[in-house]
Design a protein around this ligand. Structure first.
Ligand code: DX5
Ligand code: ZN
Length: 223
């Protein structure tokens, strides 16, 4: 099943609750929350208090993407805030296994995010312990950047690798540069959770954008 995960990063930060309600009503499956610390990436966004409040505004899972150095220090904050999914960057931690274990021990879904230049092989020893892998298709830090075409081969390689494990986990989430035009080919490459910020919140009609992305993804139909 393909899931649409609107990224609030491109929404109006003074009206987050409205943004969440709008995409939920339009059929979004997950709410993607980008947490940036000003160190791992050159931008600052939101902290656990915002996640805690968003949790009271939606029934959808909150997918918290931690673009922070030393994620071990903040994972407990986001667990307490009610994050349903938490992804951490492989590049940002010295103890990936420990951090993933903390998230899973709390009964939440754990993901590892990889920057565009980080090879899949860093997941070799941990792939089976992950609920999802988040492949960045732009350099993290801001929305509305152009999709890096080489990401297709990385998605396909991860899909082949996972098929060799003969399971449906970890699921493959892609983040950055997604739009209506490239959605079908991304789904055919193997993407299953589609994060979209600019393509939804900067569209003339964000509800319609969610519906069209979902329809395009479903029509492309996975593999
Ligand atoms: C970028 C964030 C993304 C971002 C994607 O660092 O992780 O989630 O919102 O935005 P678009 O869809 O605009 O490329
Ligand atoms: Zn993100």
């Amino acid at each position: 099943m393909i899931q649409i995960a609107p990224s609030l990063l491109s929404s109006d930060f003074t009206r987050l609750a409205e943004a969440v309600r709008l995409v939920e009503e339009a059929g979004a499956d997950v709410i993607h929350v980008d947490v940036m610390d000003g160190h791992f990436v050159p931008n600052l966004t939101v902290g656990p208090r915002v996640v805690e409040l968003l949790k009271t505004k939606t029934a959808l899972p909150l997918d918290v993407h931690l673009m922070v150095d030393r994620p071990d220090e903040v994972i407990p904050w986001f667990l307490d805030a009610g994050a349903d999914w938490i992804s951490i960057h492989a590049e940002a931690t010295r103890h990936l296994h420990r951090d993933v274990s903390v998230i899973r021990a709390a009964g939440r879904k754990a993901g590892v995010a990889l920057n565009p230049a980080t090879p899949l092989v860093v997941l070799q020893e941990i792939l089976r312990d992950l609920d999802y892998v988040l492949l960045m298709c732009v350099d993290p830090g801001r929305g509305s950047q152009p999709f890096i075409e080489a990401s297709h081969e990385k998605i396909r390689a991860l899909r082949r690798w996972r098929n060799d494990l003969s399971g449906d986990r970890p699921r493959i989430e892609i983040d950055g540069g997604l739009n209506l035009a490239n959605t079908p080919s991304l789904v055919r490459s193997g993407a299953e959770i589609l994060v979209a910020g600019n393509a939804i919140f900067n569209a003339p009609d964000p509800s319609d954008a969610v519906r069209r992305l979902k329809a395009a993804a479903e029509e492309a139909g996975g593999r």
